[in-house]
Design a binder for this molecule. Structure first.
Ligand code: F6R
Length: 607
């Protein structure tokens, strides 16, 4: 949800800013812009659309200066246009912003009364105008920025640059993440460490309410109470911040393909070397005492949560409530003593999930999180963090982070069942053996690649596609539909197979492909019956099952894809692969941008 970057450097800032924005483009790509101070003069360049348009513009209209700020936008207030692109400038100050200023209308009216009018529809211009106002009153840049930040309600990460100030940048964080990079006589800010990785490996993270004044040689941070504070400087491993496609056409293809090694890594971090035990990070949480669970997440992470409900209810035998974060807290759900809540998030910054976490923490719930970014806000505010160890995910549509979330949730379910004595030592060992099969079976599942490419050519011409699944395949059906919608722009819905006849079956005709996820499990026969109901109405069924399942039920289907047979526990993790590949190859066949689909951003830090 917008990426920001800033540099006080020794070299020309423009190419450095553009390079950093490239690494932040996954956060939004509606427009991009940079501003620099050169010989005391503040200047900017902005272009609508992807970053490449800004790079082209800079070839014809270069921008000099060794201090600068940059922004890549996911539009909230105001359409994607050059005028609405950041940085926003008001006289001697330029600002980049990630987040939403909630009281911007009220501030805009106040500013208008002072004769300061907006030229754009953005909330961010309000920030620039406020700073301009305070500067015109004689305040120093630091005081003007401080007073400006004090007026703002909502969520923001901000970086300010000032006319006449070649060695000053001001940054503020409330609600949106911001990292500071420490160089050798250089300083940087960025929405995340990935942006700064090629520049420095020394990073400190600003806390909620922090206000930072940076020069090339100094950093002064005050906390939300105005107290001077030091934020720890951590060394980040450059490898973990590497961002390249490694020869693949898209990051999404690379991230799908690397799941065997990613999940090996996830398992290695949780299963003891002798394969006898699941080990969680040390904590004071007594798993044996968990009587019920609430799991909250958004989007793909929500489908991981929904899959976990099947595991926790069936294996651990505890009731589980799962909700989308944007609905959860507004219902004001009552929280009884002893409630444990799990928050699932790739980025760890999703605004709704974070707000739901804070709601539960305030009500006294024990807070667990399954997150991919260990320094994220959700991780930092949890009682116990279970990292998913998926590595950086750049493709906007989540793939490896999803299967890593599932793997961690399955590990947690098995560990909890054992801790509660619901499964004995032998069953515990069997489940660990099953979990250890994930990488091998994912590798096998990836070999359906060619078959999927063929089917995808046909799917690409469809207007609507339905995904069906029963049991833990139901969340997977919804995930398959979401993936397809996101990157191919084909309308798709995921339904529980048995629910189709209660309404959606009216949609079926010979133009509607129906993807049936039907592993050979206890529900297989029922899934096949539901599939027959579709075929009886001329629906085109694409059946995914193991070879035994296909032998039993492929008559009359439109197409089939053979999946490896897998232990029941891990079947949803293995069937995530065809859901991802179908979406990916359909997008490729349609020629849409799989990595940066329209209207989306990877990290949704606004409500
Ligand atoms: C879909 C997708 C999104 C995210 C959702 C939550 O492919 O990536 O639906 O899953 O925005 O994001 P995180 O997991 O970062 O909280």
């Amino acid at each position: 949800m917008c990426g920001i970057v800033g540099v006080l450097g020794k070299h020309q800032a423009a190419p450095i800013l553009v390079e950093a924005l490239k690494r932040l483009e996954y956060r939004g790509y509606d427009s991009a812009g940079i501003a620099t101070v050169n010989n005391g003069t503040l200047e900017r360049r902005r272009a609508v659309g992807k970053l490449v348009h800004l790079s082209d513009l800079l070839v014809h209209e270069p921008l000099a200066g060794k201090s600068g700020i940059g922004h890549t936008r996911w539009a909230t207030h105001g359409a994607p246009s050059t005028k609405n692109a950041h940085p926003h400038q008001a006289g001697p100050v330029a600002v980049v912003h990630n987040g939403i200023v909630e009281n911007f209308k009220e501030l805009r009216d106040k500013l208008a009364k002072l004769g300061l009018y907006h030229e754009t529809e953005t909330d961010t211009e309000t920030v620039a105008l406020l700073a301009q106002h305070y500067l015109s009153q004689g305040d120093s840049p630091r005081l003007a920025a401080q007073k400006t930040v004090g007026c703002l309600e909502g969520a923001f990460a901000l970086a300010f640059l000032f006319h006449g100030e070649e060695d000053l940048m001001i940054a503020a964080r409330k609600g949106s993440p911001l990292a500071i990079g420490h160089g050798d006589g250089e300083m940087y800010v960025g929405s995340d460490a990935i942006a700064l990785a090629p520049l420095t490996d020394r990073i400190s993270y600003m806390d909620e309410g922090d206000f930072a004044v940076l020069t090339r040689e100094s950093l002064e941070i005050t906390d939300k109470n105005g107290k001077l504070v030091n934020r720890e400087i951590r060394k980040i491993a450059f490898d973990s911040a590497r961002v390249d496609k490694a020869g693949y056409k898209h990051f999404m293809a690379k991230e799908i393909a690397e799941q065997p090694s990613v999940l090996t890594n996830t398992l290695r971090n949780y299963i003891s070397a002798d394969d006898k035990n699941i080990e969680l990070p040390s904590n004071n949480i007594n798993l044996a005492k968990i009587e019920r669970l609430t799991i909250v997440a958004c989007g793909t992470a929500f489908y991981a949560a929904l899959t976990a409900k099947y595991w926790f209810e069936k294996i651990v035998r505890i009731p589980v409530e799962v909700d989308v974060a944007s609905e959860f807290r507004y219902r004001e759900p009552p929280v009884t003593p002893g409630t444990t809540a799990i928050f699932v998030s790739q980025s760890g910054e999703t605004a709704d999930t974070l707000a739901a976490l804070r709601y539960m923490a305030l009500k006294g719930a024990t807070v667990l999180s399954v997150v991919n970014v260990p320094e994220s806000s959700i991780a930092r505010e949890s009682d116990l963090v279970l990292p998913s160890y998926a590595g950086i995910e750049i493709g906007v549509a989540s793939t490896k982070a999803f299967t890593a979330q599932l793997t961690v949730l399955a590990l947690l379910a098995v560990k909890t069942a054992h801790a509660k004595g619901v499964i004995n030592d032998i069953q515990y060992q069997e489940y660990i053996t099953d979990l250890n099969c994930i990488p091998r079976l994912i590798s096998q599942a990836l070999s359906i690649d060619v078959a999927v490419q063929k089917v995808a050519q046909k799917l690409a011409t469809a207007q609507d596609i339905i995904f069906l699944g029963r049991g833990s395949m139901y969340p997977l059906a919804m995930e398959g539909a979401l993936k397809l919608k996101e990157i191919s722009y084909i309308h798709a819905e995921g339904y529980p197979s048995g629910e189709l006849k209660h309404g959606p079956i009216a949609l079926i005709d010979k133009k509607v492909p129906v993807v049936v996820l039907a592993p050979m499990d206890a529900l297989f026969e029922k899934s096949v019956s539901n599939m027959q109901e579709v075929m009886a109405r001329a629906g085109k069924v694409l059946l995914l099952s193991c070879q035994q399942g296909l032998n039993a039920a492929s008559d009359g289907t439109w197409a089939t894809i053979s999946m490896p047979a897998a232990p029941e526990l891990i079947t949803p993790i293995i069937y995530a692969v065809p859901a991802q590949l179908l979406a990916y190859y359909t997008a490729v066949a349609k020629g849409t941008d799989a990595d940066q689909p329209r209207n989306l951003a990877k990290s949704v830090t606004v409500e």
